[in-house]
Design a protein around this ligand. Sequence first.
Ligand SMILES: [Mn+2]
Length: 243
Amino acid sequence: MQLPIYFFGDNHFSPTPSLSNEHKIKKMEEFIREIEKSKGSIFIMGDFFDYYFEYNKNNPNYFEKIFLLLEKIKSKGIEIYFIAGNHDFWIGKEFESLTTKSFLNDQILFAGNKRIYVTHGDGILSWDKGYRLLKIILRSKIFRFLYSLLPKSIAFKVAEKISYERKDSHKIDNKKLDKIHSELIEFARSKWNKDCDIVIMGHYHHSFNFNENQKQLIILDDCCDQQFNYAKYDGNSIIIKSL
Ligand SMILES: [Mn+2]
């Protein structure tokens, strides 16, 4: 994996055209201009798409513009890694071919002199039990096959509904936020104990950093239409930046 590595995610690019989508694309183009000289790799941390389902045949490509952006990045000699989020785990060969490598599960990176644990961040919390089961069902081959048989217009409506409800769950108060952070710190400690130095995740749509004994937990903020938040790892240390 080429250094530096740029981590970002939660762009939530929508399959339907919108002004917000156009702003996000502009922000991402700005990001590409920023990184093209230093080459390296990008690591997309999931929920890059708000909804993504790839059909084996007659796949409607809602994301032509986004695919062109990825091709542009690749053409500049930058590697592209992708880890699935809770909105975009139904990727297929077409999307994968645009990336250097795509992953459906958490990864440990050995790059530079740190070990980095990368996760989207969903399904970690103690009260996510029901969701963890749902996650297994939704990702199963059989569910995916049955879902692919639905008329595309209906499949799309179902997905829009799920997507909306999932996003709603991000509206939380401070007390809940503290509880979330303390659980994520516990999660990070379990990875630090297994020799990882940095645990990085997205999903929570806000920024949070925690250091302990030279180990780091980084929760990255999202890439919305106003701001493109990312982390740059040069092989020694990781810094949080935004455009
Ligand atoms: Mn997510």
